[in-house]
Design a protein around this ligand. Structure first.
Ligand code: SF4
Ligand code: SF4
Length: 95
């Protein structure tokens, strides 16, 4: 068994996982957020790793690009950490 870091190149390389979307759809958690992730599309390679790792299913795919749904994003920063291109920045919410 390999002990190296697992490298995902494309969304199809990532295994499916089980998650419950039922309660998430009715509970708009975006109001919990005090920072917001912002994708730099100039540097995004559309690998969809952010989409896969978002624990709140707050990233969807539109025209083959990841889009953050701020109604649900809690600003946890996992997508920022996992993006291999480091093209998601985190910004203070302007509230
Ligand atoms: S924002 Fe980063 S993790 Fe998400 S699709 Fe683009 S390159 Fe991949
Ligand atoms: S900050 Fe967290 S909740 Fe928001 S899109 Fe990224 S991973 Fe999902």
């Amino acid at each position: 068994m390999s002990k190296g870091k697992i490298v995902y190149n494309r969304a199809k390389d990532i295994p499916l996982n089980a998650m419950s979307v039922d309660t998430m759809l009715f509970n708009k958690t975006g109001a919990w957020r005090n920072v917001r992730p912002v994708i730099d599309y100039e540097n995004c390679i559309c690998c969809m790793i952010c989409w896969k790792f978002c624990p709140d299913i707050s990233i969807y795919i539109e025209d083959d690009k990841p889009v953050i749904d701020y109604d649900y994003c809690k600003g946890c920063g996992i997508c920022v950490e996992e993006c291999p291109k480091k093209c998601i920045s985190i910004e203070e919410e302007g509230r």
